[in-house]
Design a protein around this ligand. Structure first.
Ligand code: PMP
Length: 350
């Protein structure tokens, strides 16, 4: 036997392409087309070189406080991590240990399955309906936990808070994680429900509506009990996940609510326009609630459009997976980027 027989062999998550060239129009990984608040740069400049010789605050006190203030919860109800990916992985490790299958939709954020496989957590994927909706009844039986994004990805379909509350009521003994990565683009957050449901954990990210994908900041909000369990697991793994620059940048980003409102509304406006323009070009798809559209053309296969767009330097996302292999996921860019997209599509579809 060699060490190779004992390697943990995993199927990793495959992120969207990050092309080197900056001339590419990048509509493939749901980043924000606008830069972060200018306050972020000031805050980063405020981090002295000398301070970097010291470890950062393991409790992330200021960032947790700023997030808590923004959402009207207590500091001990906030967990922060290196993007939601880190936060969600910690939550899986902390809560999904019953041996019973956890549940998530068949079409959803692909990382859930990757973490479950890596951590040896049994799971069942519940098929979305024909219209790509989550069927609440699928989440009413015994389970080891539930996780899904709202709005869902890659469909961009939003469920109302009342729908989530229905699932919470039927799962008093299971932990339910609602991944609100895209909630700021038009949805109602269920963060206000955490005080009534001790089985609810809500995650959000700075990568989308706060334009900080490159800084890697995500957070979870839940009861102090849930957050306490997560902190203990994190501190048994890596106490210093958040670096000083990220902590400072995060505080500045969440405090600049004016900038946040301005950019998030700009994305929503561009998205509404995109729905109409794409319809005129023969595309259909569900009404989008995230900063991306999930759309299929009535005659031309998605794969073909995807590669022809790429040839023209426009990157969108294509998943060659059952049920969604005729759809494109298109991130909402700036108005200028989107005009280039419509032009390219018109020429491809001619
Ligand atoms: N959840 C969903 C549904 C996502 O699409 C993403 C972004 N790829 C994430 C979580 C992770 O975001 P981040 O780690 O950048 O916070």
């Amino acid at each position: 036997m060699s060490f190779r027989d004992y390697v943990r062999k995993v199927d990793p998550y495959v992120p969207g392409e990050q092309p080197r060239s900056s001339s590419v129009i990048k509509l493939n990984t749901n980043e924000n087309p606008y830069p972060p608040s200018p306050e972020v740069l000031k805050a980063m400049e405020g981090v002295s070189l000398d301070s970097l010789k010291l470890y950062p605050d393991p409790d992330c006190t200021q960032l947790r406080h700023a997030i808590a203030e923004n959402f009207g919860v207590k500091d001990d109800q906030v967990f922060v991590g290196v993007g939601t990916d880190d936060v969600l992985a910690m939550a899986f490790m902390t809560f999904f240990n019953s041996g019973k299958p956890i549940l998530f939709p068949d079409i959803s954020y692909a990382f859930y399955e990757v973490w479950a496989n890596m951590l040896g957590i049994p799971y069942e994927k519940k098929p979305l309906t024909e219209e790509f909706r989550i069927n609440a009844e699928d989440y009413a039986g015994e389970n080891g936990g539930i996780v899904f994004p709202n709005p869902n990805a890659p469909t961009s379909i939003l469920e109302p808070a009342s729908f989530i509350e229905g699932i919470l009521r039927k799962n008093r003994d299971s932990l339910v994680i609602i991944d609100e990565a895209y909630i700021d683009f038009g949805g109602e957050s269920v963060i206000p429900l955490v005080d009534r449901y001790d089985n609810l954990l809500v995650t959000q990210t700075f990568s989308k509506s706060r334009s900080l994908a490159g800084m890697r900041i995500g957070f979870a909000i839940g009861s102090p009990e849930l957050i306490g369990y997560m902190m203990s697991v994190r501190n048994s793994y890596n106490s210093y996940t958040m670096n000083r620059t990220a902590l400072a940048a995060g505080v500045a980003a969440i405090q600049d609510t004016e900038y946040f409102e301005k950019t998030r509304k700009a994305v929503i406006r561009t998205r509404q326009h995109a729905v109409n323009r794409l319809r005129e070009l023969g595309f259909t798809g569900p009404a989008p609630a995230g900063n991306f559209l999930f759309t299929a053309h009535e005659t031309v296969p998605a794969k073909e459009i995807f590669s022809k767009l790429k040839d023209r330097g426009i990157y969108v996302r294509y998943f060659s997976k059952p049920r969604i292999d005729n759809y494109l996921r298109i991130t909402v860019g700036t108005d200028r980027e989107m005009e280039k997209l419509y032009e390219a599509l018109a020429s491809i579809l001619q």
